[in-house]
Structure formats: C-alpha cells, structure tokens
Design a protein around this ligand. Structure first.
Ligand SMILES: Cc1cc2nc3c(=O)[nH]c(=O)nc-3n(C[C@H](O)[C@H](O)[C@H](O)COP(=O)(O)OP(=O)(O)OC[C@H]3O[C@@H](n4cnc5c(N)ncnc54)[C@H](O)[C@@H]3O)c2cc1C
Length: 288
C-alpha cells in the first residue's frame, strides 16, 4: 500500500521544526530515520496531515561527553552509536544493545531519538535508557523540559510527550569504569524484535559494594526497571541462589501480554532465564 496524502516539510532548525509541529496542532509526525514510521504510513496505521522531516537539522546529530553523562542528539544514527569510541568506552551496554537492533541498513538510518520516541516495548534502546536511568530533553512551543526514563513510557508505542514536542537529546549516565554489562535477548530470527530481553549492568564500588541495574524489554507495554531484583543482588551478592532469586523476582515484576509471537507465560519464563544469564555475564560469574 501507499501512504495517505500528507504535506512534507524539511526544516533546517529546531525552532522551525517546533513551529511546524505547533502549526498542525498535533496532526504532524516527526520523520527521523523512517524505519518505523514509513511502514506505519504505508499500512495507513498512521495518517498524519504532515511530516516534519528533521534529517536536515545538523544541530540534532552529535555525541558529547558531558559531566559524567553522554549526550546524544536525537538524530544520531544507531550505526554511528555502534562504532562510536565514546560509546565503546563509556556506555558499552548501549553498544551491545545496538547490535541487536534490526540489521545494518536499518541501523544506518534509524536514530536513537526515533527509537525512544517510538516506544516499542520490545526495542533495545528504551530498555537501556530505563536500566541506566537516562533521560530525554524535549522541546515544544512551551520551551524545553527534561523527562526521566521512568516518566517517559506510557504504554505500547506511546510516550508522555505531547504531539508538538520534539525529542532533541537523549542523555545516559556514563557507566562506572570497569562495570560489567550484558544485553540478553531472545528473538525468533536475527534482526527481529525481541520476544523478551534484559539489559544489565553490574558495578563494584571501591568498598566492594555492588550496584546492579536491570530492565526488561518485550515483557509488557513498557520497559520495566527491575528494582526488587536488583536489590536482592545488591544485598546478597552474585551467589547462585541470589541470582536465581533475582531472576525469579524479575519474572514476577514484568507484566507481559500474550500475542501472536508468544504467550505471556513464555515471556515470563524468558525473562527469568535471560535475567540470570545477563547477571552472570555482566557480573563475570561462570555458570554454576
Ligand atoms: C525490519 C526491521 C527490523 C527492526 N528491528 C528492530 C529491532 O530489533 N529493535 C529495535 O529497537 N528497532 C528495530 N527496528 C526499528 C528501528 O530501530 C527504528 O530505527 C526505530 O524504531 C525508529 O527510529 P527511526 O529513527 O527510524 O524513527 P522513525 O521511524 O522516523 O519515527 C518513529 C516514531 O518516532 C517519532 N519520532 C522520531 N524521532 C522523533 C523525535 N526526535 N522527537 C519526537 N518524535 C520522534 C516519529 O514521529 C514516529 O512516530 C526495526 C525496523 C525494521 C524496518
């Protein structure tokens, strides 16, 4: 199928893009990499009056280290992230997650801002944003505001952002030096969206205390930070019983639905298995 008719605009600045979004009163869509939006237009699942193509706004594409965080312009391509030395050094979890995103041509176009704004619960970037406690900076006609990961994802393919707001930046706290990480995922075929996935980071402070970060993908309408599972590991350490207890707790914390790809029970089971696997790998623990 072909998309329904739409007006097309390609602004050169963020302010122009915001003005266009405001002009259409919520009936315009931002076009980033187009990897999710174009199929939705072609299937007529989305019929916006206009597209605001932000590909020609140079101010939206950058990777910067900033005071213990890494800031990404919303239009930074997934492929750029995959090969960024800053990401390799400061956010190796994001780099690993990126390799699970579709295939090379998709990552060459797809953007970090688009993936997060699209809010597919099976997508990798929302899970990493949630695990690491990142935030997005959004700009709309009323100015700029910062939205924390925990306040961003509302339900399937829906964020708390207004239709006239643009994600301009995604910020992730740099991982502590020496922290372990793992992105474990199960998909039917390489490049498919995850049926379930787990983003994990395990860090040790100088005093030997553990900091654990865990978030789910694909096991509910939004990615879930698995705090109660993290707490088990931070309290009891990376022993085999603690890892099993944390994995079982993770499976209780997620709220999967059944769909054509998998039953809710299966997604829960995967969450348990993948949590244990991710914690072991991130924590450098051999399988017992
Ligand atoms: C075959 C295939 C396999 C894929 N597999 C995966 C996968 O395994 N994992 C995964 O995570 N993704 C996967 N994707 C999707 C891909 O990662 C997309 O890049 C991503 O979902 C959307 O990013 P985009 O830049 O292409 O955004 P677009 O498709 O351009 O936009 C997506 C949505 O976000 C909105 N939007 C985009 N940018 C902004 C912004 N800056 N501010 C506000 N709203 C914005 C758009 O209006 C639209 O509603 C796959 C895609 C395909 C076609």
């Amino acid at each position: 199928m072909k998309p329904a008719r739409f007006d097309y605009h390609a602004p050169a600045t963020i302010d122009e893009a915001i003005a266009l979004l405001a002009r259409y009163g919520g009936d315009a869509k931002v076009l980033a990499g187009g990897q999710s939006l174009m199929p939705m237009l072609n299937f007529r699942l989305a019929r916006p009056a206009a597209l605001v193509d932000v590909n020609r706004i140079p101010a939206l594409a950058y990777i910067r280290e900033d005071n213990g965080s890494v800031a990404f312009g919303a239009m930074t391509r997934q492929r750029t992230i995959e090969f960024s030395p800053v990401v390799a050094a400061r956010l190796p979890l994001l780099r690993e997650a990126t390799r699970w995103v579709g295939h090379l041509p998709i990552r060459s176009r797809g953007t970090i801002g688009g993936s997060i704004a699209h809010a597919d619960p099976s997508a990798e970037y929302p899970a990493v944003l949630t695990a690491l406690g990142g935030e997005v900076i959004v700009q709309g006609p009323r100015g700029r505001r910062t939205v924390k990961a925990g306040d961003l994802f509302e339900t399937y393919l829906t964020t708390t952002l207004a239709a006239d707001e643009l994600v301009v930046e995604v910020r992730l706290p740099a991982m502590p030096t020496g922290a372990g990480h793992a992105f474990e995922e199960f998909a039917r075929r390489h490049g498919d969206f995850a049926i379930a996935g787990i983003a994990a980071m395990v860090a040790r402070t100088d005093a030997g205390r553990l900091t654990v970060r865990l978030a789910s993908a694909g096991a509910g309408p939004v990615p879930i930070r698995l705090r109660a599972a993290e707490e088990i590991l931070e309290r009891d350490g990376l022993t085999a019983p603690a890892i099993e207890a944390a994995a079982a707790r993770a499976a209780e914390l997620v709220q999967p639905d059944s769909d054509v790809h998998a039953s809710a029970d299966y997604r829960r089971h995967l969450t348990r298995v993948l949590t244990a696997r991710a914690v072991r790998r991130a924590g450098g623990v051999g399988k017992t």
